[in-house]
Design a protein around this ligand. Structure first.
Ligand code: HPA
Length: 232
């Protein structure tokens, strides 16, 4: 049953997979938020776990950083393991519409990557989140009284971007934050018929230079994980 990048048994994943970038964050989520979690895959240390949350089966697996890494795991989860919902939970650099520690439900993702243009034969594809997942996440955040923004992110192939004034233009276009995976995940989900969402926490602010300390990171990430788990 193993794929090139996932050595889990058939049926090892739940229909919904939480998808943090860092495999050790996946382990942390499995150990602290998911009941009876067992490790199901560990190729290249890209760890994945399955257990239950409030009695419902759920998985969590690292995506790695960047669109190529995230996309290949998402594709194999959908086509080989029958995964229906993939919820990225990650950090992002904040632009002017955000403050440090804000939670952002990304409903669309612009990008400097060419993957979705390739998918649509050279035309621009609009990578968007599943409305149902976004609605459930928004309602969960409201129930928990966690402040949340809803809008668009920019998924960049560059962490260190060579185009200096791009950030000004992103702000003009009402983009809230920069990360490196959502546009790829949304494209894969569209291509292979699954639902995807990205829930992001502003871990560092591009304009102010502020960054969350380790305690703030823990709290901010816990909120995002709770919101993601409430969507299953
Ligand atoms: N850029 C890209 N990805 C990120 C950033 C950033 O500033 N912060 C967290 N993930």
């Amino acid at each position: 049953m193993a794929t090139i990048h996932i050595n889990a048994a058939a049926g090892a994943f739940a229909e919904t997979v939480l998808f943090p970038g860092d495999p050790l964050r996946a382990k942390f989520i499995a150990e602290n938020f998911i009941d009876g979690a067992v490790e199901v895959t560990n190729v290249r240390n890209m760890l994945g776990f399955t257990g239950t949350y409030k009695g419902k089966k759920v998985s969590v697996m690292g995506s790695g950083m960047g669109i190529p890494s995230c996309s290949l795991y998402a594709k194999e989860l959908i086509t080989e393991y029958g995964v229906k919902n993939i919820i990225r939970i990650g950090t992002a650099g904040g632009l002017k519409g955000t403050k440090l520690k804000d939670m952002v439900i990304a409903t669309s993702a612009s990008t400097d990557s060419n993957v979705n243009r390739t998918r649509l034969l050279g035309f621009d594809f609009a990578p968007g989140a599943s409305f149902i997942l976004a609605k459930k996440a928004y309602e969960a955040a409201e129930r928990k009284k966690y402040p949340v923004l809803v809008g668009s992110c920019f998924s960049s192939d560059f962490f260190y971007h060579p185009v200096a004034n791009l950030v000004d233009q992103m702000e003009k276009m009402n983009i809230l934050c920069i990360e490196m995976e959502a546009a790829g995940l949304f494209g894969v989900a569209a291509e292979y018929g699954a639902n995807a969402l990205a829930i992001l926490t502003i871990s560092d602010h591009i304009r102010t230079g502020e960054a969350m300390n380790s305690e703030e990171r823990q709290l901010g990430l816990s909120r995002m994980i709770e919101v993601a788990l409430e969507t299953i």
